[in-house]
Write a protein that binds this ligand. Structure first.
Ligand code: HEM
Ligand code: HEM
Length: 218
């Protein structure tokens, strides 16, 4: 097994809510934006916890590699002979860290943000004084970070295409089915705790979404 069920559920829901948050944010659909953004926050909280207790490939310990290993992987890709990884490869791991950092920054600054007309994020109700102080800074970072979302997602999709065409590795299929395409890694390790993972994901998203009850709906 390459990706366990909770990680796959996380991935496809995350892709949908990030696209939704981006489009609704750019077009000023504030109610929808709040729901997409808070869902992204909930999913990221889940993924953070899953990075410590999830299946082997979902763990943060398998995400970061030394520059030497990353460079060795890059040169092997150029020669079309990369070693096989059942989870993230060393270069992909770096891209995932960047995606988490940027989307995480947006999901954390969002609840402190305001459109200066009708909408104040839920932190305005939870911590009104801090909100007055931090909202302009959070808004500035929310705005700055959004410029990185499309380039990073574009790079992500380009990398997947390179894997498919140049290396003949069907990564999308395994992010859908969870099953690895090369079974040369010895006995496959089955994920455990999948059911708890799905439950945790639902609780995290519901918890984050409940913050929307604090803000007026108009
Ligand atoms: C990863 C999740 C998120 C993404 C990708 C995202 C994306 C965006 C984008 C592209 C914009 C328009 C550009 C800008 O004005 O900065 C925006 C604006 C905004 N976002 Fe988010 N957002 C996210 C999470 C949130 C959350 C959780 C909230 C609040 C609960 C929020 C509240 C706002 C507000 C109030 C604006 C309008 C700012 C203004 O008009 O100046 N966002 N967001
Ligand atoms: C806004 C859109 C997207 C975002 C933010 C996103 C984000 C991510 C993240 C964070 C991961 C790491 C998964 C984890 O460790 O939990 C990942 C992996 C992956 N994503 Fe996406 N993704 C997006 C869209 C897509 C789309 C449209 C596809 C398919 C065409 C795709 C295919 C994959 C695949 C195949 C992997 C696993 C890579 C591997 O096998 O090493 N993603 N993505």
């Amino acid at each position: 097994m390459s990706w366990d069920l909770p990680t796959r559920l996380f991935h496809w829901s995350f892709a949908v809510v990030i696209i939704g948050a981006y489009i609704s944010g750019e077009n000023g659909f504030t109610n929808g934006h709040e729901l997409f953004g808070l869902s992204a926050l909930g999913l990221l909280v889940f993924r953070f916890i899953w990075g410590f207790v999830g299946h082997q490939t979902a763990r943060f310990s398998s995400l970061l590699h030394s520059p030497k290993i990353i460079w060795a992987y890059v040169t092997a890709v150029m020669m079309r002979r990369p070693p096989h990884y059942i989870g993230h490869n060393p270069l992909g791991g770096l891209a995932v860290v960047a995606l988490f950092a940027v989307t995480g920054g947006m999901a954390l600054t969002g609840p402190w943000n305001s459109d200066d007309i009708l909408y104040d994020g839920p932190m305005a109700v939870i911590a009104p004084e801090l909100f007055t102080q931090f909202s302009p800074i959070a808004g500035k970072w929310h705005d700055r970070l959004h410029l990185l979302v499309i380039p990073l997602v574009g790079l992500h999709l380009l990398a997947i295409l390179v894997h498919k065409i140049w290396l003949k590795e069907p990564l999308v299929a395994r992010m859908i089915s969870g099953t690895d395409f090369a079974n040369n890694m010895g006995a496959p390790i089955s994920p455990t705790r999948s059911r708890y993972g799905v439950g945790l994901l639902v609780i995290c998203v519901a918890g984050a979404l409940s913050l929307a009850l604090l803000t007026p709906n108009y």
